[in-house]
Design a protein around this ligand. Structure first.
Ligand code: FAD
Length: 464
């Protein structure tokens, strides 16, 4: 048995970042992880492996569609799926080992095994019970099933994103249930590899919560890439045969019943908090109706000394949100002032083109009755984007009509996930659209499109 200042349960981006910050602030820290490797969902079966496959499949797409246009002639590469998976696994390994290195460097003990909290101030891992002045729960999330439908996930034919990241072969036909971020990213990967991908979505639009104009454009571009969509449809059941599945769904507008064949069905209907085995009930820790751990503004639960962060609590289920909470909770425990600005958390979809957003949408502002103005600029007017066949998409900057203060930004286009950050910084500083418009941007860069959108909030862009 050992005694610590802080024990973190879970080593995902929330947990490992919290542990590192605690150690940096001089607190004796341990982190419990039940998986064989550190890094949580994000590094093992989430952000990182999906981005590796998005990258390799995008390279194939470039070779097939754009190389010849630049005078790069010859046969397009063929797919060695096993090697592609090996590349993905290598990327995972480099990242998870990196966290192990950082734990050693910061003298953080990795308590291997599944942890529970028998009482405040104690964490049990296997047969050992450790004492800790503070406990941070960062136990993350798991995939949800299809609400109200008869669907059994076997991770072979009917898979979550975890199974989709290690299919034994590239399927001929895939049905994706749910047109959210994970479904569209994984759907894009397989569509580029030659799979016939059909996305079945309950709502009439893709990517709920996103700017309406971006949703429409994004869906159009994905259709151009070969993804098919069945919108406004509720999946009722999935029947699995030996190597195939049948997806039954009802069109919501007329209740008519339909069926789709698939070799693989990806259930991508969202994620729910994972808190199994922690002993929260016995501790009396309060949960929301959705099963998230309730915390106050300092990430402390209703039990003193027990904190919670990341996917296990409310808010967007994003790695960087979990990381920010991890740092902030560590700072609070160390007696400092931890802070997360929930109004400036970017979200990104890593398809091609990428989609990124921060702040409010037009729809939200209309609901609030707030007067705003929109500055929009198409990547067709951006020289760099045209040079690399990436003219599809636009930057849409939204600013307060009176004060010109930036309220949100929605980008679909090349490197949108990187471009969004200059707007995040601007928003953190309470900048106006004019502040961005007056900032010199290097030419030729995709970033110029952000500046042009800012100019469009004022006297107008130059290149449109
Ligand atoms: P997790 O990363 O879920 O980590 C929790 C860890 O706790 C796990 O390793 C688990 O084994 C461990 N654990 C749980 N209970 C216990 C216990 N009792 N004892 C010991 N260990 C325990 N987000 C982005 O921001 N960008 C992306 O591009 C992105 N892509 C994604 C792609 C996919 C396919 C998926 C599934 C998710 C993606 N996400 C992405 C979401 C992101 O992975 C999560 O938001 C993030 O991992 C949450 O971090 P966390 O630290 O809260 O929990």
């Amino acid at each position: 048995m050992a005694s610590y200042d802080v024990i973190v349960i879970g080593s995902g981006p929330g947990g490992y970042v919290a542990a590192i910050r605690c150690a940096q602030l001089g607190l004796k820290t341990a982190c419990v992880e039940g998986r064989d490797t550190l890094g949580g969902t994000c590094l093992n079966v989430g952000c990182i492996p999906s981005k590796a496959l998005l990258h390799s499949s995008h390279m194939l797409h470039e070779a097939e569609h754009n190389f010849a246009k630049m005078g790069l002639k010859g046969k397009a590469p063929s797919v060695d799926w096993k090697e592609m998976l090996a590349y993905k696994d290598d990327v995972i390994g480099q990242n998870t080992k990196g966290i192990e290195f950082l734990f050693k460097k910061n003298k953080i003990d990795w308590l291997k095994g599944w942890g529970s909290i028998p009482e405040a101030g104690k964490v049990k891992v296997g047969d050992d019970t450790h004492e800790s002045k503070n406990i941070i729960i960062a136990s993350g999330s798991e995939a949800s099933s299809v609400p109200g439908a008869d669907v059994t996930i076997d991770e072979k034919i009917v898979v979550t994103s975890t199974g989709a990241l290690e299919l034994p072969k590239v399927p001929k036909k895939m049905v994706v249930i749910g047109a959210g971020v994970i479904g569209l990213e994984m759907g894009s990967v397989y569509a580029r590899l030659g799979t016939q991908v059909t996305v079945v979505e309950y709502l009439d639009h893709i990517t709920p919560g996103m700017d309406g104009e971006v949703q429409k454009n994004f869906q159009k571009l994905l259709k151009k890439q070969g993804l098919e969509f069945v919108m406004g449809s509720a999946v009722t059941s999935v029947e699995t045969l030996k190597t195939k599945a049948k997806v039954n769904y009802k069109l919501r507008k007329d209740d008519s019943e339909h069926q789709l064949d698939a070799d693989v069905v990806l259930v991508a209907t969202g994620r729910k908090p994972y808190t199994d085995g922690l002993g929260l009930d016995a501790l009396g820790i309060e949960l929301t109706k959705g099963g998230q751990i309730k915390t106050d503004e300092h990430w402390q639960t209703n039990v003193k000394g027990i904190y919670a962060i990341g996917d296990a609590i409310t808010g967007p289920m994003l790695a960087h949100k979990a990381e920010d909470e991890g740092m902030a909770a560590a700072e609070v425990i160390a007696g400092k002032h931890g802070h997360v600005n929930y109004n400036v958390i970017p979200s990104v979809i890593y398809t091609h083109p990428e989609v990124a957003a921060v702040g409010q949408t037009e729809e939200q502002l209309k609901d609030e009755g707030r007067a705003y103005k929109v500055g929009k600029f198409s990547f067709m007017g951006n020289g760099r984007a045209k040079a690399v066949f990436a003219g599809d998409g636009f930057v849409k900057l939204i600013a307060d009509k009176e004060t010109d203060r930036i309220l949100g930004c929605h980008i679909i286009g090349p490197s949108a996930g990187d471009l969004i950050h200059e707007v995040c910084v601007a928003m953190e500083f309470g900048a106006s659209a004019e502040d961005l418009a007056l900032t010199c941007h290097a030419h030729p860069t995709f970033s110029e499109a952000v500046r042009e959108a800012a100019l469009a909030c004022g006297d107008g862009p130059i290149h449109s």
